[in-house]
Design a protein around this ligand. Structure first.
Ligand code: CP
Length: 318
């Protein structure tokens, strides 16, 4: 049984991107593979894109799908072992085991609480899910990683760079936000992009927002946002809370907003964001509404990222 937790579960990143682009051209070619198969999608946190793109991907493959929003439609789940369950009704052990009996692939989203760095970065909760599931599990965004988002991101970059025909410069730029956000998108993007030698990857962030070295080692960090934007081909806007002062907003420098003045420093760069995006806090309206923006293309590619992973899992060829 092979899970999809991170890019480390992929043998060849170039091949999976190529196959995703092929499946996008003929999305219904593998309906026989999904016949009589069921994909279960479990959300401990809200979602728009992940939920619907995975559902669409499953339909494209001819699969049945069920979705459970734990907070809204289920029992209160006990995550810890050994507790006297006075205030919780069902233990994660039975919940995941039972749900996995009702599907052939189980997708799970579990955001970090951003309270305990060791607990989050050890992926304690997701490890329990992997342990208790009786079928392969797909990471729909865990405490530290969002691999389906990153696969969609690199598919999009491949499409806009003629499949990495020439080197391109990608800048992941920290941007302001009003509440603490996990580091999962930034961590995951760093992991995926480090496997693609044609991408010159730079992280631009204020000094206070350095990322976990496990994912960002060997990546160039630039504290001068405008310098980083110079000649960039892709700007990926994203907020994350502090890693070193874990889960905190230390400073909220609104001068880091992505605006047209900064986009004008680039090589007519494409603007990326995983969405949802807070307009005029993270990115200004006139950038999101301009030809620079490829956020919708990115969101569409979430379908094919999920579809290729489900397909490989059903074919037992991941
Ligand atoms: N980008 C992303 O994961 O979107 P959702 O949170 O809406 O699923």
């Amino acid at each position: 049984m092979k899970n999809f937790f991170s890019v480390e579960d992929i043998n060849d990143v170039y091949k999976i991107i190529y196959e995703s682009i092929l499946i996008k051209k003929n999305p219904y070619n593998f309906q026989h593979v999904g016949k009589n198969k069921t994909i279960g999608l479990v959300f401990f946190n809200p979602s728009l894109r992940t939920r619907i793109s995975c559902q669409k991907a499953a339909f494209n493959l001819g699969c049945n799908v069920w979705i459970l929003d734990i907070e809204k439609n289920s029992w209160k789940i006990e995550m810890n072992d050994g507790n006297i369950m006075e205030n919780t009704q069902e233990h994660i052990k039975e919940a995941i085991s039972v749900m996995s009996l009702y599907c052939d692939i189980l997708g799970v989203r579990t955001f970090p609480k951003l309270l305990n760095r060791d607990y989050d970065y050890e992926e304690v909760l997701f490890k329990k899910i992997l342990l208790y599931s009786k079928v392969p599990v797909v990471n729909l965004e865990s405490a530290t990683l969002h691999p389906l988002q990153s696969l969609a991101d690199v598919i999009t970059i491949a499409e806009y760079s003629s499949f990495f025909k020439k080197k391109c410069k990608l800048v992941l730029s920290w941007a302001p936000h009003v509440k603490p956000i996990p580091q999962s998108v930034a961590n995951s993007l760093s992991q995926w992009v480090s496997k693609i030698k044609e991408i010159n990857f730079i992280i631009a962030c204020p000094k206070e927002y350095d990322l976990c070295k496990k994912f960002s080692k060997n990546i160039k960090i630039e504290f001068d946002q405008k310098k980083a934007f110079n000649n960039a081909d892709f700007i990926y806007a994203k907020n994350w809370s502090s890693y070193s002062n874990y889960g905190k907003i230390i400073i909220n420098d609104f001068s880091w907003i992505i605006n047209m003045e900064k986009m004008n420093l680039t090589n007519n760069a494409k603007l990326m964001h995983c969405l949802p995006v807070r307009r005029n806090i993270v990115v200004e309206d006139n950038v999101l509404d301009s030809k620079h923006s490829i956020v919708l293309e990115q969101a569409e590619n979430r379908i094919y990222a999920a579809q290729i992973i489900f397909l490989k899992m059903l074919q037992k060829s991941l």
